[in-house]
Every structure is written in structure tokens, then in C-alpha cells.
Write a new protein. Structure first.
Length: 462
């Protein structure tokens, strides 16, 4: 999981690309230096590329130096040196102690005598011709003073030649020699790159936090394009365009809902008036209850549309106790007609809170409709108000199972097809409570039933 997050990190990717670029650059520089040396050598002496063969041979001889148990340094040909000798039958090598001029054990006898007593061993590097054993020819010989892990020695080689493999050997030797210096530098560069990139991403993280805070209540907000890097600006601009389109679509939906609710208001009022003139029987009582519920939903839709159009209306100063008591009083005849009772507990006025009077009226009306439908015949719906601006509407019906207590606030949710209602009332109630800064939830009623609670922001918290 961490590896996946690392691979998705933009800072990690840019750091990795930068490090690869540094390594490739160093590689190309070293390759260019080798090519320049080869070119210069070829221009001054057409067949002088053999110096690379001399360097290869000297490095392999140095790797073959060992210190015996007696403390004597000698040459024990390593496998690489053995393979080089097989490729170059005329190759000879010798190693001398620079301070004493003595040749180490394992040196080629053909090189030992010409150099052992030469003052040139004091030089850093010399090139000369030495006779080849058993012939009248002379081969190029190179002797160089080299600091080895076992001390400073003069390493002489003769009979070498140029191979393309020597180019790669010289290249790898340069990298091995530079590695102890390059690795700390690369690690420091990685650290600075990572820190710098993380710091440069800070504006993007800030914009991301602002984007997370945008919801349906704040679709008018836009992300600041001037605060992000220019490479990210097109993406932020596209997000702002999407928010603009989304806001326009939501506004159309809200206008449609508000217009539909407004058009329904008059027919519902007419139907209620007509039902009032009907004889008081079971049918008229049922019609009154359903029309009351429908009227509450329409009023909730209108209240939601008003607050969406003018958010400041959600923070009006409202007498919460008086508003709830008035709604309970309005519902009392309907409750009594349906063979139930309603009880009010708490102050009837003077309890102030922040909210919207139409929203509170419609929410309480919807919850009273639900409680009336759930309350068994002959039972009593209890409405109570506490001084902490909390309203409780309590019934003694079947209650709401724990697993459904979040689902009931989802639009159009019904437990099954036989459930009465549209599934909109509680969803709109929750939306309204959120808009006015309150909260709605449901608990168990002791002894059975459901207790719906509304919590409003009081004056001290608003």
C-alpha cells in the first residue's frame, strides 16, 4: 500500500526523474570525457588508444595485490587478470615498492630488471620501450605510481593493446572511484528536491481543502486559480467551470421544486376546505390526515427554496417555544378526531433560538403527522421543549430499527412497498435542519416507539 502511494506521489515521481536525470547526465559527461581523450589521443598519434589497455591492466594488477600471513605484499593474479593475460599473450606486469625500489613477488622478470634500479621509479608516471623477451622488438611500457589499499607502489605493464572492452572498464572504474563522493551528493539532492517539491505543493493542498468544504450550500464558492502553480491552473479552472455548471443545474432544480410546491399550495388548501365540509366519518378523518401531511411537505419545500435563495433567512431570531406550541395547537383537533391525544410539555413562549419560522413550522408539522400515524388508537403523542433549544416529538408505535435510523432520512426511502408515505418528509426535514444549523435524529421511546429530536442553535452558540 505504501509503495502504491509512493508511486502515485507527484513529488516522488519528480524526485525520481530528477535523480535519473542527474545520473544520466553524469554518465554522459564521463562518456564524453572518455571520447574526448580517445579523440585527442587518435589525433596526436593514430594508434595510441592502447593507453586504455594499460590502465585496465594496471587496475587489474592492483586488484591482484595481497598481503601474506607473514606481512609480505605480493602479486596473486586474480581471475580477471588471468583472463586479460590469456587475451594478451605478450602482457607483462611488475610492481615495485616505491620507497625501496624492490619488485614484489609475482612480477614478470622481463620488466623487473629494467626498472628495479631506475631512478624513474620516483616519478609519478613514465612511458618507455622495453625489449620483448626472445625477440629484437620493443614494446611500449607504462609505469605509474598508484596509491593502493596496501600502500603506494609503482605498477608497470608492457605488451598491452587496445580493446573496446577497455573503454567500458575505464568507464566503470571512473564511476566506482566517484561513487563515494556522488552518493552523499545525490542523497542531499534527493532531500532538497523532496522538501522543495512538498513545499511547492502546499498551495495545491490548500486548494484541495477548500474544495472539500464546498457542498450544496456553498456552490457559489470557487477555487482560487491565482494561488496554484501554473501547471495545475488548467485543472483548477476546469473544476471551477464544473462547479458553475453544477450550481446552475441545482438552481434550476430548486426553482422547479419551489414553483411546483407553490402551484400545489392552492389546490391543497381547497381540498382541505372541501374535506372540512364533509360529514365527520372515518373517510374524512383519513383524508384530513393525508392532506395535512401533504401540506407539511409542500410547506417544507417552499421553506427550503426560500432559504436557498436567501441563506440569511436561516439565522432569524425565532421564539422556538411559541412556534412549536402554535403548531401543536393547530394539530390538536386533527389528533383528537383520529382518536389520539397530544400532550405538550415545556415553555409556551420566550425560548429564543436561531432559525427560520416557516422551516420550523413545517418540520414540526411533518413530525406530528408521522407521530399521529404511528401512535396506536387511544394513545398520546408527547411534544416537549427543553431550555437547551431541543424539541422532542414522541410516539408509542413500532419505533425505528437501529439499522434504519440513517436510511429514513434519505429521499424516497420506504421500508417496503406497503409503507405509507412518499419518503420525502424526513429527507426535506433533515435538509432544512442542516440549512438552519440544527440537527435531527431519532431515538427509542422507553417502553416502545420512536422519539424524534430537533436541536436548534441557541443564541449563545449562534
Amino acid at each position: 500500500m505504501r509503495l502504491r502511494l509512493f508511486s502515485r506521489s507527484l513529488a516522488a515521481r519528480l524526485t525520481l526523474v530528477s535523480v535519473i536525470g542527474i545520473l544520466v547526465g553524469l554518465t554522459l559527461v564521463d562518456a564524453g570525457l572518455i571520447a574526448a581523450q580517445l579523440y585527442e589521443a587518435a589525433r596526436s598519434e593514430p594508434h595510441s588508444w592502447s593507453y586504455l589497455g594499460a590502465q585496465t591492466a594496471q587496475q587489474l594488477v592492483v586488484k591482484s595485490l595481497v598481503r601474506t600471513a607473514e606481512g609480505i605484499v605480493e602479486i596473486r593474479p586474480a581471475p580477471d587478470l588471468g583472463r586479460l593475460t590469456a587475451d594478451m599473450p605478450n602482457l607483462r606486469y611488475a610492481v615495485f615498492d616505491q620507497s625501496t625500489g624492490e619488485a614484489l613477488r609475482g612480477s614478470s622478470a622481463g620488466l623487473t630488471l629494467p626498472l628495479q634500479f631506475s631512478n624513474s621509479l620516483k616519478s609519478v608516471s613514465i612511458d618507455f620501450l622495453s625489449p620483448e623477451k626472445g625477440t629484437e622488438n620493443a614494446s611500449e611500457t607504462t609505469a605509474t605510481s598508484i596509491n593502493t589499499p596496501l600502500g603506494t607502489y609503482v605498477v608497470a605493464v608492457s605488451g598491452f593493446g587496445f580493446r573496446w572492452a577497455d573503454v567500458f572498464f575505464d568507464f566503470s572504474s571512473d564511476l566506482s572511484r566517484l561513487a563515494p563522493q556522488l552518493i552523499p551528493i545525490i542523497l542531499i539532492v534527493i532531500g532538497f528536491l523532496w522538501f522543495g517539491l512538498r513545499r511547492s505543493m502546499a498551495p495545491l493542498r490548500k486548494v484541495a481543502q477548500q474544495a472539500r468544504e464546498i457542498d450544496l450550500r456553498s456552490l457559489d464558492q470557487r477555487l482560487p486559480e491565482s494561488e496554484v502553480p501554473t501547471e495545475i491552473e488548467p485543472f483548477v479552472s476546469a473544476v471551477n467551470n464544473a462547479l458553475t455548471s453544477l450550481e446552475a443545474g441545482i438552481q434550476r432544480e430548486r426553482r422547479f421544486g419551489a414553483n411546483a410546491a407553490h402551484e400545489l399550495r392552492t389546490p391543497i388548501a381547497i381540498l382541505i376546505a372541501l374535506v372540512e365540509t364533509m360529514p365527520s366519518d372515518a373517510v374524512s378523518k383519513e383524508l384530513k390526515r393525508h392532506l395535512s401531511q401533504l401540506q407539511s411537505i409542500v410547506e417544507q419545500l417552499l421553506a427550503s427554496a426560500r432559504i436557498a435563495r436567501s441563506p440569511s433567512q436561516a439565522a432569524d431570531l425565532v421564539d422556538l417555544a411559541a412556534t412549536v406550541f402554535a403548531k401543536v395547537s393547530d394539530y390538536t383537533p386533527l389528533v383528537m378526531e383520529n382518536g389520539r391525544h397530544i400532550v405538550f410539555e415545556g415553555p409556551t413562549s420566550g425560548l429564543m433560538a436561531k432559525g427560520n419560522i416557516r422551516a420550523i413550522d413545517s418540520i414540526v408539522g411533518n413530525l406530528l403527522d408521522n407521530a399521529l400515524r404511528a401512535e396506536p388508537a387511544g394513545g398520546a403523542v408527547l411534544v416537549s421543549i427543553n431550555y437547551d433549544a431541543t424539541v422532542s416529538i414522541i410516539d408509542h408505535g413500532e419505533g425505528v430499527p437501529l439499522e434504519d435510523r440513517e436510511k429514513i432520512f434519505e429521499p424516497f426511502w420506504r421500508k417496503n412497498e406497503n409503507t405509507v408515505g412518499t419518503g420525502l418528509g424526513l429527507a426535506i426535514a433533515k435538509e432544512l435542519m442542516e440549512k438552519i444549523g440544527g440537527r435531527i435524529w431519532v431515538e427509542d421511546t422507553p417502553g416502545g416507539g420512536a422519539t424524534f429530536k430537533l436541536s436548534f442553535p441557541d443564541l449563545d452558540k449562534a
